[in-house]
Design a binder for this molecule. Structure first.
Ligand code: AMP
Length: 586
């Protein structure tokens, strides 16, 4: 049974491929034991495990010492290259910097940074010091930054002058924050810094290049990423050092990373893909990777692929759809002959986009599925496996993924159900920071419940169906409607607000808000613009509503909960009488 109307894309046999894929899927999956992959890690003496050692020092201490680990291209065309050896020295220095500030094992140190080399140096320096690193998306406004720093109790924040200025107003509310370190890259900023802040260059200048990586255990916390849910504020999903084994393994299997590849992951490190696959997977595999500071522009992206001879590319559906919009002809103006493998994650990859890849860049996009909580890829299309366009692929070796009905019985092939995972995969999140109840609620009847619905076909290919909650996926970023509603009602004109994801051909969904105004306030286009500006400034352009519609009242349950799904049904033009599922909310 094939669910897509697109014919399968057949793959040549292994022997006919220019580069033999790392993974022989059926063979590896049968009787797989994670010990095989654990034994490929380097480990610290005494059985300790630290992600920074696996990603950087193990190479710096061996034959890859002078291999380029990072090619950085700045937004103004600057270029900096760093070898594994240099990264070892710089991350040692930063580990010394934060140790000198009194940071202890398990303390949280957050990054609010663009894609600068210092972001990567700080990330691994923090891990070396045994602390927990929390990267934040640099487009965030003050509210999301405050919520995350308050919840995590971060003691040190590393940021840049312009981002520091953006959040000045919230600093007095961060009672546990002790230091702010400012990276003024290449002295781009000339406005001068707050005297109470520390300067990256000054601190690094004083720091020793020697550092003994803290002997963390595989169970110690390492990285946390905040992710949005339907209700409440975003939750900090915490990962352990152990996750590195799966990030390493999936880099090999799903991204097919080979020694001589130049790899480019377009995700920002503020999101989990940008750390698991923009830092850990490529570097644990000893690869050279490109970090591009600039934003999306079709021609600039093709230019990056050409100029840096990228051979493996990991990107996202919204970007691919924007490339499609820019036309099939454009990529043909560039020499993309080094590109041999491309993958996508973060949102449903429509079959048209998979197939478009073949025409435009000479290969299909390989979709794969995972989420913040899973820490690493769990379902993927692999190089040697035929692609069924529209399918997320098949589970990685060593992990059981299922589709179950509401009683947690397996759904028959082709039938929609909840996408679930058998707990215990190595990169599984180990808590939501300060929220044990929410963490426990994700595990039911021996399964981890992902919040997605899917179906599986008779050959074990998984097909994404949708989310089972109200979380919005806009351009691959999850947005909790509650966060946006809370921001809107802080405006004096707003009585109540309901927020939904509205289908969009490029971003998959955009954030749409329905707003009821306070008595006597007039619904004008100027007020609409004012609310857009207000929420953008508080949250970020990506999270703020792209559309605002004024309504006299919002539909609510008897207990007063806004019926977002009814708003969505209305928006989609579904018959309002036919809202049987909505009655559950009564
Ligand atoms: P995040 O935790 O922000 O990485 O978002 C994870 C969510 O993005 C998943 O639970 C899915 O809803 C969605 N997602 C990720 N990858 C895919 C994919 N390949 N196809 C469809 N949806 C995806």
């Amino acid at each position: 049974m094939t669910i897509s109307s697109f014919p399968p894309i057949h793959k040549p046999s292994r022997d006919d491929m220019p580069v033999a894929p790392n993974l022989e899927y059926a063979k590896t999956r049968a009787g797989f034991d994670w010990q095989q992959m654990y034994s490929e890690l380097d480990w610290l003496p005494g059985g300790y495990l630290n992600k920074a050692h696996e990603a950087i020092d193990r190479h710096a201490n061996g034959p890859r010492r002078d291999k380029i680990a990072m090619i950085w291209e700045g937004k103004n065309g600057e270029r900096e290259d760093y070898t594994f050896g240099q990264l070892k020295t710089l991350t040692n220095k930063f580990a010394n910097v934060i140790k000198s500030l009194g940071i202890e094992t398990g303390d949280r140190v957050f990054l609010f940074m663009d894609r600068l080399p210092e972001t990567y140096i700080a990330f691994f320096g923090i891990l070396k010091a045994g602390a927990v690193v929390g990267p934040l998306f640099s487009a965030f406004g003050p509210d999301p930054v405050r919520d995350r720093l308050q919840d995590s109790g971060a003691k040190v924040l590393v940021t840049q002058p312009e981002l520091r200025r953006r959040i000045t107003g919230i600093i007095p509310e961060l009672f546990e924050l002790q230091h702010i370190i400012i990276v003024n890259k290449n002295n781009r900023d000339t406005e001068g810094r707050d005297m109470a802040d520390l300067d990256w260059d000054e601190e690094m200048g004083k720091a020793s290049t020697d550092f003994d990586t803290v002997r963390t255990s595989q169970y110690d916390y390492s990285v946390m990423h905040y992710t949005s849910g339907t209700t409440g504020k975003p939750k900090g999903a915490v990962h352990r050092h152990q996750a590195v084994v799966q990030q390493y393994a999936t880099g090999k299997w799903a991204l097919d990373l080979h020694e001589d590849d130049v790899y480019w992951c377009t995700a920002d490190p503020g999101w989990v893909t940008g750390t698991s696959y923009g830092m850990l997977a490529p570097w644990t595999n000893g690869l050279t990777q490109l970090i591009y500071e600039g934003g999306f522009r079709a021609s600039a992206w093709y230019e990056m692929l050409q100029k840096h001879k990228v051979s493996v590319w990991y990107t996202a559906p919204t970007a691919i759809r924007m490339l499609m919009k820019a036309g099939e002809e454009l990529p043909h103006r560039y020499d993309l002959s080094r590109l041999r493998y491309s993958c996508s994650v973060g949102e449903p990859l429509n079959p048209e986009a998979v197939v478009w890849g073949e025409k435009a860049i000479g290969m299909p996009f390989h979709d794969n599925w995972w989420q913040t909580e899973t820490g690493a890829i769990l379902v993927a299309n692999y190089p040697e496996m035929d692609i069924r366009p529209g399918s997320m692929g098949r589970p990685i070796p060593g992990v059981e993924v299922g589709v179950v009905d509401e009683n947690f019985d397996p759904a028959p092939p082709g039938v929609d159900g909840n996408l679930v995972v058998r707990p215990g995969w190595p990169s599984m999140f180990h808590s939501y920071w300060n929220n044990t109840e929410m963490y426990n609620s994700r595990f039911r009847k021996g399964w981890y419940v992902t919040g997605d619905s899917a179906r599986v076909d008779e050959d074990g290919y998984f097909w994404f169906v949708g989310r089972t909650d109200d979380v919005i996926n806009t351009a691959g970023h999850l947005v909790g409607p509650f966060e946006v509603e809370s921001a809107l009602i802080e405006h004096p004109a707003v009585a109540e607000a309901g927020v939904i994801g509205k289908p969009d051909p490029i971003a998959m969904e955009i954030v749409k808000a329905f707003v009821a105004l306070k008595d006597g306030v007039e619904a004008t286009p100027a007020l609409q613009r004012e609310l857009t500006r207000f929420t953008r400034q508080k949250l970020s352009a990506g999270v703020a509503p792209r559309e605002i519609e004024f309504v006299p009242t919002l539909p609510k349950t008897r207990s007063g909960k806004i019926m977002r799904r009814l708003l969505k049904a209305r928006e989609l033009g579904l018959p309002e009488g036919d809202t049987s599922t909505l009655e559950e909310e009564e």
